[in-house]
Design a protein around this ligand. Sequence first.
Ligand code: SAM
Length: 239
Amino acid sequence: MLTGKYTSQLSDKQIEQLKLFAQLLQDHNKYLNLTRITEIDQIWTRHFEDSLQALAVLETLRLPGRKNSLIDIGSGGGFPALVLAVALPDWNIVSVEATGKKARFQHTAAEKMGLNNVDIYPERAEILANQFDFRGQFDAAVTRAMGRLSIISELTMPFIKTGGKFICWKGPKLDQELIAGKAAIELLGGRDINIIPYNLPGVADSDYKLLEATQVSPVPGQYPREYKTIKASPLGEKT
Ligand SMILES: C[S@@+](CC[C@H](N)C(=O)[O-])C[C@H]1O[C@@H](n2cnc3c(N)ncnc32)[C@H](O)[C@@H]1O
């Protein structure tokens, strides 16, 4: 398996957990369609090492004597939620995935990996975001491969506490999405947008970026709107 900056820092136990996760992904992918990436080195780089890029930002949120919390919106086969749950055993991780069979796969995988710091919800983000014990409760809300910035910010930011972080993984399309995305993030109470470029081992000409923003005030109560409205008139975009 091909390791990178973050996967090479994992303990033996964490490596065993991720090896098992890779095996489960390969086995279940045959009928669940969890990922297009099925070759082992590619799983380690494009899924595991990629998911761990958020550690650079998450480590800045740690406060002594208290458990941090993170929510992943649209986690699919478990990225980045389960990978971060392996790397951050002292964090509470919540994984939200609308498709029941993918959420069930994550449940099986988390159990087999012996993870007791992750809860998986087969639910839509825009429903959970209005529930008292989810709204504004998390130190970080993250999302990967979930679509345009102007849409995912509305689905993800309502979960973040004031002072917490919004983090999303982006590729070359970020440049086209950035003006509207920034406007959306600011409408939703986010500031200090920072873009962190990164490379993955063995991936030539990669143009990957992590976008982070700080939640400086609560998301206004009218957001998130219904999904069809979010899609029809994304925040910050001219429609
Ligand atoms: C392209 S996949 C990305 C999965 C994973 N984050 C990854 O990086 O591989 C997007 C996932 O988001 C889920 N999804 C889409 N809209 C959602 C919503 N409103 N709430 C929760 N999950 C959602 C879909 O079911 C799908 O599994």
